[in-house]
Write a protein that binds this ligand. Sequence first.
Ligand code: F6P
Length: 363
Amino acid sequence: GRCLAVFTSGGDAQGMNPAVRAVVRMGIYLGCKVYFIHEGYQGMVAGGNLIRQATWASVSGILDDGGTIIGSARCLEFRERPGRLRAAKNLIDHEINNIVCIGGDGSLTGANLFRKEWEGLVKELSEKGEITKENAEKFNYLNIVGLVGSIDNDFCGTDMTIGADSALHRIMEAIDCITTTASSHQRCFVMEVMGRHCGYLALVTALGSDADWVFMPESPPEPDWEDKLCEKLKITRENGQRLNIIVIAEGAIDKEGNPITSEYIKDLITKRLHYDTRITILGHVQRGGTPSGFDRILGTRMGTEAVLALMEATPTSQPVVIALSGNQTVRVPLMLCTLAVAQAMKEKNFILAQELRGRSFKR
Ligand code: F6P
């Protein structure tokens, strides 16, 4: 049978384990030998004990575990060619040339670069006598399938990334806790949520929590926002509302691209309205805990589809990402997803980047 490997890379996300489980079981079901690469690219570069065969039983009981049982890391060595050369040798030593990468934007871009270089790496390893001529011929191409695991829901080409729904659940629970105490004391809360450059979590949080205002990078406020915000808050209080919730994405910016911070908003409200204002930064709580039902199913669907895509891949086929589009799992070219967004980000065009990233906003 063929050999395939699965690894998780970059920031973890709830639902990665269901995806890992699906890859392992679908792979075994189709007669493949499946390997775990532990600790992301770091394990691929280091090899040895970090590349281990997976069994049907080794993924039992992990559907409801948050995070990733096979570990994740940000790896500097893989960013340099010598690191990737070692990674290629380690894979070929295990006869692996099919890999499933579960990660975010950066991890998948890295995977794509690796694939492009693969032929050259194999040639070099063969010339140096580090792999046999026979293996160099047999494994002269690399198949890659990506799954997007990130709480940020910031990936172009998919309606939802694995983990975003669970993170939203975590945030909702936290906001529900804040509102009771906020109401008792007639306080105003500035709730800062994650998302890096993406405002998805902030927007859906605001919609789901009866918030008074939301700041997000894709929609910088008008220059007179300070007056408008204060006016709005005043009206809500005059109408008998005992609390205020302002949701802010960690990547929030103004029209000039300067960050808008939670501190700044708190100071503004305290100075102008004299409301008792507090900041809650949710942080990594959002990335923890059990995956939601949606993320368990999403991870499972994407993991199985990833293995099917690998089995159907030919030496010349382009790497794909498994995406959700209109509730269907589909295969989209990896390059289409990463390149356009990278370009928009380079130009600091966050609005275009977001339009490219999420279909959810366009519909
Ligand atoms: O990409 C997921 C994410 O949680 C972002 O929302 C956040 O900006 C970042 O990772 C935090 O990174 P770290 O876990 O390295 O602090």
